[in-house]
Ligand binder design. Structure first.
Ligand code: HPA
Length: 274
């Protein structure tokens, strides 16, 4: 007999607690090319996703696929190093399973990063964009299906998925550290194709400043379970350049890696301030 979602979450969380028995209040999701964040963590316990009951397994290059628990910025954190994308063929429920496990572990605040294509003409490759809001394009909502009311309500409010106080905090940390920080609306698409020129133009016309293939489903699941969310995009390519241009995954990873120290500095600043 297959286990209910609640039972799967319990088994995953119980297993993790046997390996790391401390209370963890903050979770971090690392996007493409942003996995080095974990090198400054202390007292780390690393659990490969494959070892955690019911966890999906990460397949994409640039995602190592482990849950790291330890200290960063003086706080205990649970870091999802490697995420599950809808385009890999995972169900929306699998994509958000790790987020729900974090909640089960007691995580109340979630810091998310991703690589995204810039559409706002004021952006440049390597910029950081704090996500103020998002638009989901053709993404299957991960809450479709029976609602587990122990997780959250059937019809979650999405008027403010990204916590205002956390946004203010990030802006003030960026000012303090002299890191230039853009802000904008993230468009979530399925991928795995990058956008056509016409699609970039359309998404921008509809209010998007950046576009990427992750985050939206995770944020929906996090809001559903009542987490405070902060999310940030590293702009790895510009989708509205007039000249001929192509994008490769390699270029995305490279640009993300180059911008990573700034992103890490901001995330550590938030952890210290929490
Ligand atoms: N489009 C979609 N996803 C992305 C992009 C992009 O231009 N860059 C990085 N992830």
């Amino acid at each position: 007999m297959s286990l209910s979602l609640a039972q799967q979450l319990s088994e995953a969380a119980s297993f993790i607690r046997t390996r790391y028995p401390y209370q963890v209040e903050t979770g971090v999701v690392l996007g493409s090319g942003l996995g080095h964040f974990t090198k400054d963590m202390e007292e780390v316990v690393s659990i490969p996703y494959a070892d955690i009951p019911h966890f999906p397994i990460s397949t994409v290059a640039g995602h190592s696929g482990a849950l790291l628990l330890g200290k960063m910025g003086g706080k205990r954190v649970a870091v999802l190093s490697g995420r599950f994308h809808y385009y890999e063929g995972y169900t929306p429920g699998q994509v958000v399973f790790p987020i729900r496990v974090l909640r089960k572990l007691g995580v109340g605040t979630l810091l998310i990063s991703n690589a995204a294509g810039g559409m706002n003409a004021g952006f440049r490759v390597g910029d950081l964009m704090l996500i103020r809001d998002h638009i989901s394009f053709f993404i299957v909502n991960p809450l479709i299906g029976p609602n587990d009311s122990d997780l959250g309500t059937r019809f979650p409010d999405m008027s403010q998925p990204y916590d205002k106080d956390l946004q203010r905090l990030v802006h003030s940390i960026a000012r303090e550290k002299g890191i230039s920080l853009k802000e904008g609306v993230y468009c979530g698409v399925t991928g795995p194709t990058f956008e056509t020129r016409a699609e970039y133009k359309l998404l921008h016309l509809l209010g998007g400043d950046a576009v990427g293939m992750s985050t939206v489903q995770e944020v929906i699941a996090a809001v559903h379970v009542g987490m405070r969310v902060m999310a940030m995009s590293v702009i790895t390519d510009m989708g509205i350049r007039e000249e001929e241009n192509t994008i490769t995954h390699q270029e995305v990873l490279q640009a993300a890696a180059e911008a990573e120290p700034k992103l890490t500095a901001l995330f550590v600043g938030v952890l210290q301030a929490l």
